[in-house]
Design a protein around this ligand. Sequence first.
Ligand code: UFG
Length: 348
Amino acid sequence: MKVIITGGTGYIGSHTAMEMLGANYEVVLIDNFSNSYPWVAERIATLSGKQVLMEEVDLTDADALDVCLARHNDAAAIIHFAALKAVGESVEMPLRYYRNNLIGLLNLLSSMIRHSIPDLVFSSSCTVYGAAENMPIDETAPLLAPLSPYGATKRMAEEMITDLASANRIRAVLLRYFNPVGAHHSAQLGELPIGVPNNLMPFITQTAIGKRKKLMVFGNDYPTPDGTPIRDYIHVTDLAIAHLKALQRMLNGKQKKSSEVFNLGTGKGYSVLEMIHAFEKHNGVKVPYEITDRRPGDIAEIWADTSLANKELRWHAQYGLKEMVTTAWQWEQHLQTEENLNPEEVSK
Ligand code: UFG
């Protein structure tokens, strides 16, 4: 059975491709390489020992996308990751985010209907809950005002997909990720932030290896036990497995509604300082850091109630903090040996 993965050479897309290939799906990756590299497709093929079809297409190019989906109109489903995801950048360049994330999705939905590809798994985010106060948060929580244009695109994308599913034009699963971290156990795939990382884990690994002088901890005056914000970090492989399970449930006709929503986290929250200390302890390296001002837009704490995904998808996050921090570190160390990468590009 053929499955199309947009954003297939990206961080979560590449790990999901590995799980899909492991479950014997035929995989077509679509990417425009705006935040990833063509060699990732070859790497996925080598690691899995399977054939991988790579299509270089920008989803905002409706004609090119349509030609591509016409070629793959035998696909059973699309897993849609391709999107811009830097919160701060979205505040500076909102139109870029609306254009890329929403016009890209609109083109994808139109084209999948035109070519009778029935099922969609969508990459959403806990950002749709906004500045929620009651933790843990479950899928019935109200969606508060988006905290950034990026958050607004995820919220609107969910609405577009839900409306289309309600009209019985597609079936869909919306997966709300909490904070994805870690890397493939082979240390051959992982997150590849271009430029200065926005997220905590790549900043920790780049500081530990010496690419950055020190990590800035954004605020220690939050109303949390150690004063630093709490997040629900989840290993990227656990996320990838959840995509496989959600897709199988949909393909097997087990969905209860035309579109379903699941939180994907571990259900446990860790503070920024806990993450730094776990990284130091499990990897035996130091992470120099300094406390600085709060980052605008950050909330004090968020972690997931994952009972719906546990029950309906029969999925539980398997990897704990130790695997998250050790695989992230192995990947950072491996990156030093990557000849395909232009180091200037990763550290600029
Ligand atoms: N942090 C630092 N220093 C850094 C980077 C991050 O102290 O250099 C802190 C942040 O202040 C925050 C925590 O580490 O408290 C996690 O920050 P990330 O940027 O890694 O993750 P966020 O929780 O801010 O963002 C994530 C996803 C977004 C999503 C958001 C929803 O990256 O895509 O969750 O809450 F929108």
